[in-house]
Design a protein around this ligand. Structure first.
Ligand code: HEM
Ligand code: HEM
Length: 181
């Protein structure tokens, strides 16, 4: 399978982005949960920086993914033997995951700016704040960041359950074609 997606399979760029983002998002969910329980001090500040930088890198990958899929659209789902409602559910979950891959890092970025701290990506580029510095904005946006991550976890659970169902019970090629093309 080549670089671009084809009508019957994913090219390697889409497959690499899918798994890189899957690993990154699961890592960010774990690290985010760890830091949310911490009181910021000089010795753990780097973990906050790491979460923010990784989150912004995931946002960049997401933009790349959107652009790439515009240039070379992913294949249609394997519909053979799949009831209409399952296809609709899978498509809805994909759409929800797309929305959250954008909104989760954007709310993290906005909330961090509202706390008055600069968002510095990997010690280099400083991003502009997206929201005014205020305790109310900070609280509201972090609550939104938290809520959207719960939604993301719910959709991810459905997505993984669907993938495992197709692979082990229905036994079609959908998991194999996103891994190996
Ligand atoms: C896909 C990307 C991201 C994911 C999956 C993610 C996930 C999470 C999760 C699960 C939490 C814990 C929420 C809680 O239990 O209250 C969290 C907290 C946090 N996130 Fe993110 N995040 C992402 C991107 C970002 C970005 C881009 C930033 C900032 C530039 C950011 C800044 C923060 C901060 C500062 C906290 C700690 C909040 C606190 O102290 O209560 N996140 N994130
Ligand atoms: C946060 C993590 C993940 C996100 C955000 C995500 C998102 C997506 C999206 C949006 C698609 C549609 C194709 C595309 O546009 O790229 C897709 C396809 C797929 N994902 Fe995931 N995914 C994640 C993790 C996983 C995991 C852990 C598995 C396996 C257990 C998995 C299995 C699949 C499969 C099998 C397809 C291909 C479906 C087909 O053949 O049409 N994904 N994923």
């Amino acid at each position: 399978m080549g670089v671009r997606n084809r009508a019957d399979g994913f090219g390697w760029v889409s497959r690499t982005i899918h798994w890189l983002m899957a690993a990154g998002i699961i890592g960010a969910l774990i690290l985010g949960t760890v830091i949310a329980d911490m009181k910021v001090n000089l010795s753990n500040l780097w973990l906050f920086g790491l979460h923010k930088s990784a989150g912004i890198a995931l946002l960049a990958l997401f933009v790349l993914r959107l652009g790439w899929h515009r240039l070379t659209p992913p294949p249609a789902p394997i519909a053979e033997g799949t009831p209409e409602w399952q296809l609709a559910l899978a498509a809805g979950v994909h759409r929800g995951l797309y929305l959250l891959m954008g909104l989760v890092p954007l709310t993290g970025w906005a909330a961090s700016g509202a706390s008055g701290l600069d968002v510095v990506v990997f010690g280099g580029v400083t991003l502009p704040p997206l929201a005014p510095v205020s305790e109310a904005w900070e609280k509201g946006l972090f609550a939104l960041h938290w809520g959207l991550t719960r939604l993301l976890i719910g959709l991810l659970a459905l997505h993984v359950a669907g993938a495992l169902y197709r692979h082990f019970i229905k036994r079609d090629r959908s998991l194999r074609r996103i891994i190996g093309g």
